[in-house]
Design a protein around this ligand. Structure first.
Ligand code: BMA
Length: 298
């Protein structure tokens, strides 16, 4: 099997959180100080989400910190746009900074917030980088022909497509292009969105995306051209991860597998951190080689 779900999933549930929460799920993932770090979304009993760090030596056994590290109240003048919570961070390292792109949820509906941290203790909120409704945003880890690129997923009337756009300073974005539309008649027909930040491979920019039909959230992989990242060069036609176990099907949102964080090791091993039913955190492993082969096979 190409993608292996860990036999002892889930690796984190609300019982592992030292303070009162409704759920822990949808973590961004990064290696920091030779340890694995998950920047987890916890939904508080109020129903609003905040972020908490969880640390691990081996990428499997995580310890959740005693209190949230980043909350709506840390957003200063941007607070009105995160009043209902912050959700689903993608983390991209550029030089010594870690950039977080995440959903700010409020009366104005979801929009994407950009923050920067160097230590995952203090976070500098830089700006709101999309109008609502928009979410599922990930920044590429390096400039391409002098420009930064990000993907996002505007909710444009009835459309739910992945878009790509560019910037010279990470704050001001333009040159919007449609990147990928759901394939008609398939598992992803209702909506697609970015899942994990893209990584450079010999064959192109590789990332995971989610596709939805009806209530079913599944994960696929996609490959973009290295120099012209607005061009999809290969992708999986079938999902690589689907909800089938009880803790992936039953929970706060049934039949949903969602990911916004992975670790791609230098040797090509991949740890995908995903959530079952918006209720827990699980892990699946694969390799860059496998994902490239799956993208090209289909
Ligand atoms: C998406 C996001 C995720 C969530 C998923 C499944 O639209 O809101 O936070 O995990 O739906 O419910």
């Amino acid at each position: 099997m190409e993608i292996i779900k860990y036999s002892k999933n889930p690796i984190l549930t609300k019982e592992d959180v030292p303070f009162r929460v409704n759920s822990i799920f949808n973590p961004g993932a990064v290696k920091f100080d030779n340890r694995y770090l998950l920047l987890c979304r916890v939904e508080l009993p109020t129903g609003k989400s905040v972020f908490v760090n969880a640390w691990s030596e081996n990428g499997i056994n995580f310890k959740v910190e005693n209190q949230p590290c980043f909350v709506p109240a840390d957003h200063g003048k941007f607070s009105p746009y995160v009043e209902w919570g912050i959700e689903d961070a993608r983390i991209t390292r550029i030089n010594d900074s870690y950039y977080l792109t995440y959903t700010g949820y409020s009366n104005y509906m979801p929009c994407v917030i950009l923050s920067e941290t160097k230590d995952f203790k203090s976070f500098n909120v830089l700006d709101i980088i999309t109008e609502p409704s928009n979410k599922d945003c990930a920044i590429f880890p390096e400039r391409i022909n002098g420009k930064y690129y990000k993907m996002d997923r505007p909710a444009a009337e009835t459309r739910r497509d992945i878009w790509i756009n560019e910037s010279t300073d990470l704050i001001h974005w333009g040159s919007n292009r449609m990147l990928y539309s759901p394939a008609p008649g398939t598992w992803e027909v209702s909506r697609v969105g970015n899942s994990t930040p893209p990584v450079r491979t010999d064959e192109g920019w590789l990332f995971l995306y989610h596709g939805v039909r009806g209530p079913l959230y599944k994960i696929g992989a996609m490959l973009l051209d290295i120099d012209e990242p607005w061009k999809v060069i290969a992708k999986t036609n079938e999902p690589i991860l689907s909800p089938d176990l009880i803790f992936e099907r039953v929970g706060d949102v049934t039949n949903a597998i969602f990911t916004n964080g992975w670790i791609v090791e230098e040797n090509g091993d991949i740890k995908i951190y995903y959530s079952g039913a918006d209720t827990n955190i699980c892990i699946a492993t694969t390799t860059v080689k496998e994902l490239l082969a799956l993208c090209k096979k289909q």
